[in-house]
Design a protein around this ligand. Structure first.
Ligand SMILES: Cc1cc2nc3c(=O)[nH]c(=O)nc-3n(C[C@H](O)[C@H](O)[C@H](O)COP(=O)(O)OP(=O)(O)OC[C@H]3O[C@@H](n4cnc5c(N)ncnc54)[C@H](O)[C@@H]3O)c2cc1C
Length: 434
């Protein structure tokens, strides 16, 4: 039986980040990933010389970017222009994103323009943490007066967080992300797969061992402490510590008697966010000025990622269209809506099509900060010594990939503290009850 100090289940951004930090601290680390390739939802698919992320991916100037830089990643790419349009009542209009577009947009009346202009400066000074205790709906309705400005805010904040549930979503985290977005986001050359590649190389150089195409099926524990991880093919790896960097339901399933632990609470409170994505590579853009479009009365978003990132060998534009889904969705309806959005924004796009990818229903994140949460997940599973969680669902106020990197670092710092015997036992490892 192999022996490792740290076993990480899941080779997405959270698992890879945890692997680098654990190995940097000198821990003998193994990553178990059930897919053939590493990266989870940050993989990039290559098709006819075009790099397709799984839907549009923007890196905010937040935890993940800082963490990637700390790990020595190069992060090649550029900030896209934020000149935007909005879809309102089936038509495209200039969307206010700065003083010039605010003056010209026909979307908002004079009073709304004055209010929106004030917000452009107020947002920079605002402390989003002041709104950690209320829903996004409460924040918008209580702070934004003009009805059209409200619509625009809902649309911008939905796009920032991917979440279409203003009554559930906690206002603070999404406002924090929005403030970060105002500094500009990074569209990454060759897609997020290049981040995954660099993470894998960094981890490998530090001695991390990867087991891909290997599904973990049991995290064995005895007398309140982890012992080993068992894979579907029978591989067993003894471990001092295990980080579950897989989605909450998968994490719950792997741990015997998980129903008696916090893993059950975290699984039950998690609200998965899904979208439908149509990614297309176009030889040229029929409407070059329409590369960034928010749906205002429609839950859609379109961005040409190649206006800032190198994503194709032959200069095709890689355009992503996203539909935010609720609980019920129909793939055929969603595809029609996505294609309809492209028809509106880039009429004639079918004649320029070089490659495409349709994802009918993909999880953007496993959970997000919302008002029904009873506990912040992790970093430690308090009932089982040496067991930790990480992933975009294990957020303590971060969202999307920032939650993946932040939770991975929390898990590693807690396991390092435990391995040095700093004040942790099986039953008091960590618990934040909201
Ligand atoms: C369409 C779309 C758009 C997005 N846009 C953005 C964006 O603009 N900005 C942003 O910050 N984020 C964005 N995201 C979110 C971002 O991609 C994710 O938050 C991040 O990649 C999640 O990483 P993770 O490691 O937490 O989870 P995952 O990537 O899901 O990794 C979990 C890994 O665990 C593995 N696994 C599961 N069970 C087992 C098992 N039993 N044994 C072994 N392995 C297992 C899985 O195969 C997977 O590789 C987007 C996501 C999508 C889908």
């Amino acid at each position: 039986m192999e022996k490792a100090e740290v076993v990480i289940v899941g080779g997405g951004i959270a698992g890879l980040t945890a692997a680098v930090y654990a190995a940097r601290a000198g821990k003998r680390t193994v990553v178990i990933e059930k897919q053939q390739r590493l990266g989870g939802r940050a993989v990039t698919n290559e098709k006819n010389g075009v790099s397709f992320n799984l839907g549009g991916h923007a890196l905010y100037d937040s935890d993940a970017m800082a963490t990637f830089r700390d790990m020595g990643l190069t992060l090649r790419g550029k900030k896209p222009s934020i000149d935007a349009h909005g879809i309102w009542k089936g038509k495209l209009h200039v969307l206010p994103t700065g003083p010039a577009s605010l003056l010209t947009t026909p979307l908002i009346g004079l009073r709304g323009k004055i209010e929106f202009g004030a917000w452009l400066t107020k947002l920079g000074r605002m402390n989003p943490s002041d709104f950690d205790g209320i829903s996004l709906r409460e924040w918008v309705e209580g702070n934004v007066k003009d009805p059209m400005v409200r619509h625009v805010f809902y649309s911008l904040l939905r796009t920032t967080s991917y979440v279409m549930a203003p009554d559930l979503q906690t206002a603070g985290p999404v406002l924090r992300q929005f403030k970060a977005a105002l500094q500009g986001v990074l569209y990454v050359d060759e897609g997020w797969g290049s981040i995954v590649r660099e993470l894998e190389q960094t981890a490998s150089k530090l001695g991390v061992r990867f087991l891909t195409k290997s599904k973990a099926v049991e995290v064995n524990h005895e007398d309140g402490a982890v012992r080993f991880v068992r894979c579907e093919d029978g591989t067993l790896i003894m471990a001092d510590a295990v980080i579950l960097a897989a989605p909450p339901a998968a994490a719950h399933e792997m741990v015997p008697h998980a129903e008696a632990t916090s893993l059950r609470v975290w699984k039950e409170q998690a609200i998965e966010v899904t979208v439908a994505c149509l990614d297309v590579a176009l030889r040229k853009l029929p409407k070059p000025k329409q590369q960034f479009v928010y749906g205002i009365d429609q839950p859609v978003f379109l961005t040409d990622q190649s206006r800032a990132a190198r994503l194709s060998k032959n200069g095709e534009h890689v355009v992503c269209v996203i539909k935010y889904q609720g609980a019920d969705s129909d793939p055929a309806d969603d595809l029609r809506e996505l294609e309809g959005t492209l028809d509106l924004v880039q009429p004639g796009w079918r004649d320029e099509l070089a490659a495409k990818q349709f994802l009918p229903r993909i999880a953007v994140c496993g959970d997000f900060p919302h008002v029904k949460r009873r506990e912040q997940p992790g970093p430690a599973v308090p009932e089982i010594a040496g067991l930790y969680v990480a992933g975009d669902w294990a957020s303590h106020g971060e969202i999307l990939v920032d939650a993946s990197t932040a939770s991975a670092k929390r898990a590693v710092s807690h396991l390092l503290a435990r391995s040095k015997g700093i004040g942790r036992t099986a039953n008091n490892e960590h618990r934040v009850v909201i």
